[in-house]
Design a protein around this ligand. Sequence first.
Ligand SMILES: Nc1nc2c(ncn2[C@@H]2O[C@H](COP(=O)(O)OP(=O)(O)OP(=O)(O)O)[C@@H](O)[C@H]2O)c(=O)[nH]1
Ligand SMILES: [Mg+2]
Length: 299
Amino acid sequence: MRSGFVALAGKPNVGKSSIVNAVVGKKVLIVSDKPQTTRNRINVIHTTSDYQVIFVDTPGIHKPLYRLGEYMVKAAVSALKGVDLVLTVVDAKQGIRKPEEFVFDYVNQSNTKTIGVINKIDLVDGERIKSLEKKMEDGLKNCISIIKTSAVTGEGIKELLDLIVDNLPEGPQYYPEDMVTDRPLSFMASEIVREKIFHLTYEEVPHSVAVIVEEIKERENGVLYIRANIYVDRKSQKGIIIGNKGNMIKKIGQNARQEIEYLVGNKVFLDLHVKVKEKWRDKDFIILNEIGMKDDLRG
Ligand SMILES: Nc1nc2c(ncn2[C@@H]2O[C@H](COP(=O)(O)OP(=O)(O)OP(=O)(O)O)[C@@H](O)[C@H]2O)c(=O)[nH]1
Ligand SMILES: [Mg+2]
């Protein structure tokens, strides 16, 4: 059996989480069109009878403005060491400039072998892709190959997986074969709520939101009860999240509930509460850290 850990590295919004979802063939990680969607390291496990690939998804590497951002970049950079392979992802449309070179520097410093991934090729022409390939070859010192993908059309995704597996060492099955992520249900549910907020709100609002699941329990009628707090960092944002006559919170709740029901294969009652925690991104950003650690109350 081949097995190993494969970390994703790249600027925010290049499609790291989308690529992982495309490779494993199901939506495990949250995705949005806004940068800095992913805030924590999350392992996604893909097992067959021949191999086990553990994808280590990471926050986008950027120049942080808040302590939360510092934490995110630290989580991303530290994930590049001690893995078997790094996928260095760029967005074909955005190209390779200073922020990408900033990412390349971290990948080079990690001394881990890397596959360069040019993603979003559905958005550009062949000439552009060729020039990016050259820039990637020059910029990444331990680059073993470059591959072109579209996480949206699926182009190049199978080739990427084959290339990853070919470059993994022989090793044990680290996780049970039916395990998809190392994070508990409480974390995955909070992520789904946060994703819906990312999809429905704009500008600073999505970035000012943290979601923590406080309670999960199965009720006697078989419904899974989930209580979560949505934290915003300013009073005015509480009104935006609740919306006119509660329309926004209702929409967030409906969208998130449907997806959590699909995930757990059970009816869900989602009980959302909005709270203000002033400037949490600089003071209490650590709460984000805890959500992954909290016991999964359902077992
Ligand atoms: N057209 C196109 N869009 C893509 C592709 N891959 C991802 N996207 C879109 O790009 C946006 C960002 O995708 P994510 O997967 O959230 O990006 P990320 O790199 O994980 O971003 P962070 O978590 O913020 O670091 C989403 O709107 C995706 O739908 C692609 O191959 N083609
Ligand atoms: Mg992401």
